[in-house]
Design a binder for this molecule. Structure first.
Ligand SMILES: Nc1ncnc2c1ncn2[C@@H]1O[C@H](COP(=O)(O)OP(=O)(O)OP(=O)(O)O)[C@@H](O)[C@H]1O
Length: 305
């Protein structure tokens, strides 16, 4: 079920900067949509148009069927953490922030307070309930910013760089929180330059460059599309120079330290293993690619052409 529909968004700044040129995509319930691109590609401009903060020149976005630029009710359907933890008041306590933003979103004091405590409990922040935000660690502030964005029980979450500047443990907490929200049916739009995190979390991926989406696919399909035929074999011992030459000349193998990259199908592999025998094999698997590799292929390829 689609929670967000983005149709042909366009935005120019002045005469010379076409920041977004016809961006369209859809995000389903219970889906993490990673919206990736190099610096200046148009991600923030797109997200701001979706969130109702920036008026598009053309096109529109609908959250749960409502366009935030035409229907203020749309604001109740999503939460956003767009500038790290800067949506928080630093001299107010964690609880006061939650309650304040809850009331701002139209909740009664009572409901806002009840939900604030429930979210603080769930995000493991209840011990910091009465602490000023400025005294919390960066990871706690980030979790609190996400909790604040959830106070009115939205159906969609816009997250811009949710793990920026966090240490490994805080990042992992935020990642598991995002997973949990996805499991509960939240539609999540995630922008990040941390491609390992995008790869961990994303169900679908869109890559934007120069204001246009140049690729959109499910993460699985994208990785499959870029995965070369072939195998990687890690050796646990020395290969004789003669056998190494055979692998290079007859099997088109390449060597990276003690790892052999072997193109081709499984028949090719079996034949190559006969050459490798009796050198011990530490590991053997299909050649792998990650999202960072794919991202660079797509974005740099674009620049070359
Ligand atoms: N308020 C503005 N006035 C003028 N130009 C702007 C404005 N906001 C963005 N731009 C320009 O629009 C283009 C897209 O910027 P945007 O911030 O959307 O990119 P981004 O993909 O979010 O980049 P980053 O990853 O660096 O945050 C850039 O060329 C940027 O300089």
């Amino acid at each position: 079920m689609e929670v967000l529909i983005v149709d042909d968004l366009q935005k120019a700044f002045g005469r010379n900067t076409q920041a977004v040129s016809g961006v369209s995509f859809r995000v389903n319930k219970g889906e993490v949509f990673a919206f990736l691109g190099p610096n200046g590609a148009g991600k923030t401009t797109t997200i701001k148009m979706i969130a109702g903060l920036l008026l598009p020149d053309e096109g529109a976005g609908w959250i749960d069927g409502l366009d935030p630029h035409r229907n203020p009710m749309a604001m109740e359907r999503f939460g956003a953490v767009l500038e790290g933890n800067r949506n928080l008041y630093w001299r107010m306590t964690a609880f006061e922030n939650m309650r304040y933003f809850g009331v701002q979103k139209g909740l009664s004091q009572r409901t806002a307070s009840r939900r604030a405590d429930a979210l603080l409990e769930r995000f493991d922040l209840i011990s910091k309930r009465n602490h000023q935000v400025r005294s919390l660690s960066r990871g706690m502030q980030q979790k609190l910013a996400i909790a604040v964005a959830l106070i009115h029980e939205p159906r969609m979450l816009l997250l811009d760089e949710p793990t920026l500047g966090l240490d490994v443990s805080s990042s992992m907490q935020v990642i598991s929180l995002i997973r949990e929200l996805r499991e509960q049916g939240m539609a999540i739009v995630l922008t990040t330059h941390q491609l390992d995190i995008a790869e961990t979390l994303a169900d679908r991926v869109a890559i934007i460059r120069d204001g246009r989406i140049i690729k959109e696919a499910s993460k699985t399909d994208l990785i499959l599309e870029f995965t070369p035929d072939g195998y990687e074999i890690e050796l646990g011992g020395e290969l004789s120079p003669a056998n190494r030459d055979v692998l290079v000349d007859e099997f088109n193998a390449t060597f990276e330290a003690d790892r052999i990259c072997l193109p081709g199908d499984s028949d090719h592999l079996y034949n190559a293993l006969n050459v490798i025998r009796p050198t011990p094999i530490r590991s053997l698997g299909r050649a792998k690619v990650d999202l960072a590799y794919i991202f660079l292929q797509l974005t740099e390829e674009g620049y070359r052409s």
